[in-house]
Write a protein that binds this ligand. Structure first.
Ligand SMILES: [Zn+2]
Length: 481
């Protein structure tokens, strides 16, 4: 296997109450500050430049260590679930980039609400979208609550990486570590924060129409499976150890020494040990940072029952945090159903039933007035009807509500191009192409033509065709250039 330095931040394995943790913690707290989101939520701003830079640096380090999986279907699936959850995450300006990382680890983590990372193995092991949504909602819950994670960070790799490898290679063949050939990524939060993320995730998943208990089902099943597998590998290792001891008299003899029987036993022992170490390294992190204990199950079940109307809020006080969080979130309850209206409206819109679409979008806005996506959709309808002034105002309001809403930039940009207001349209469309939509690139191309920049227009049309080879308008416009 490819030799690679393994850095592992085994925070989860460090007992949180012991004295040595104080040291470990202090080190970890230097970690990237993902925290100020709570503050920004108050201010209604996006990440500051410094924070954003920090997150970008973090992403760069992650991408140095991991390869993105070439699996568009898995990416699209994850993106769709994240998109469905986002309207219910209270931090409105979240528009995270989803990255599927190639790894045998079963884990997912977030960086500052800018990135959602999911390991390919996790996607293989979830049985349905409810389970995946539960996990993603939990992760977004950490961001939403502004939890500071003690994560594996590049700046700390020198110290912590060495520490972790030291811990792992104690009394062991250090070669075992290289054999793992993979990098660990652990994001560790306090127990209290895990509970909060569970609560927020449960609520968000429920409102987005998923079964929030999927999270618990996935964890229970995976932990059971992993425990069984661990026991199997453990007894295999024990067996190989006895064999080697009886054949060689020890398990620490140098490689290649001893008679044939000893060498064979040593080989077998080494393999069993590698298998066991790899397994503990790759499989255990998520389950040790997120143990499914009775309390966790009770919290998720209680919140789910409350959401389903099977339990009164005063009856939820079993864990004080639950009540606290629920009270805070109660005022957001109105978002319930807004997404359903929006989706319904989009169906009508696609059928060009503008009247029915408008009604649904308005209903979405009634229950959740700050729903930028719904307001943008409503503006789209108004464009269809030629109510341009009204649409313009709605797009602008949507952008004020949510600076990251590319659909509103696209709609307004398109409207301006129609009105030959190219100078105003250009900056909007440049924002809007972040949505990677062929139609928007085509509009940007037309805008550049309006501004007399043929080469930029050509590029935009080419980009549109790359995204959607059958985009007739772009193909036609390009052929005329
Ligand atoms: Zn967590």
């Amino acid at each position: 296997m490819h030799k690679k330095i393994v850095w592992a931040v085994l925070l989860a394995i460090l007992p949180l109450s012991s004295g040595c943790t104080a040291y470990a913690r202090r080190e970890m707290m230097v970690a990237m500050d993902l925290h100020p989101l709570a503050l920004e939520r108050e201010l209604g701003k996006e990440l500051t430049e410094a924070q954003r830079k920090n997150v970008q640096e973090f992403d760069k380090e992650v991408m140095k260590e991991f390869k993105e999986a070439d699996d568009p279907a898995a990416k699209a699936r994850t993106e769709a679930i994240v998109a469905r959850l986002l309207p219910f995450v209270h931090k409105k300006q979240l528009h995270p980039t989803v990255r599927i990382l190639q790894s045998e680890q079963v884990n997912a983590f977030v960086a500052g609400g800018e990135y959602v990372y999911v390991f390919s193995q996790l996607l293989k092991e979830v049985e349905n979208d409810d389970e995946l949504a539960g996990i993603l909602a939990h992760e977004l819950g950490h961001v939403d609550a502004g939890h500071q994670s003690r994560s594996a960070l590049p700046q700390l790799l020198g110290q912590v990486g060495a520490l972790a490898i030291g811990a792992f290679s104690k009394n062991k063949d250090a070669g075992n570590m290289a054999a793992v050939g993979a990098v660990m990524m652990i994001t560790a939060y306090s127990r209290e924060h895990e509970r909060e993320a569970d609560i927020l995730g449960t609520i968000d998943a429920y409102h987005a129409g998923y079964d929030p208990e999927g999270l618990i089902r996935f964890f229970k099943r995976s932990m059971k499976k992993d425990e069984e597998q661990k026991q199997k590998l453990e007894s295999k290792l024990q067996e190989a150890k006895y064999e080697m001891e009886s054949a060689c008299g020890s398990t620490t003899i140098p490689e290649g020494s001893g008679d044939d029987r000893c060498r064979a036993a040593a080989q077998k022992y080494k393999k069993a040990k590698e298998e066991y170490d790899t397994f503990t390294l790759l499989r255990m992190p998520m389950f040790s940072t997120h143990p499914v204990d009775d309390e966790r199950i009770r919290v998720v079940t209680t919140v789910t029952e409350y959401l389903r109307g099977q339990r009164a809020i005063d009856d939820v006080a079993e864990a004080p945090t639950v009540k606290k969080v629920l009270t805070v979130l109660n005022r957001f309850d109105n978002r319930k159903g807004a997404v359903v209206f929006l989706e319904e409206g989009r169906k009508y819109y696609a059928q060009q039933d503008w009247l029915a679409a408008e009604e649904q979008f308005k209903r979405a806005l009634e229950v959740f007035p700050e729903y930028a996506e719904a307001l943008t959709a409503l503006a789209d309808v108004h464009v269809q009807w030629g109510r341009y002034m009204q649409a313009e105002q709605e797009y602008q309001d949507a952008i004020k509500m949510d600076l990251g809403i590319w659909a509103a930039y696209a709609g307004l940009g398109k409207l301006y191009v129609q009105q030959e207001r190219y100078k105003e349209a250009a900056p909007l469309l440049k924002q809007a192409v972040r949505g990677n939509d062929a139609g928007t690139f085509t509009t940007l191309g037309k805008c550049y033509l309006g501004l007399g920049n043929r080469s930029a227009a050509k590029q935009a049309f080419q980009k549109a065709i790359a995204l959607d080879p059958g985009h007739a308008e772009a193909v036609d416009a390009l052929s005329r250039l």
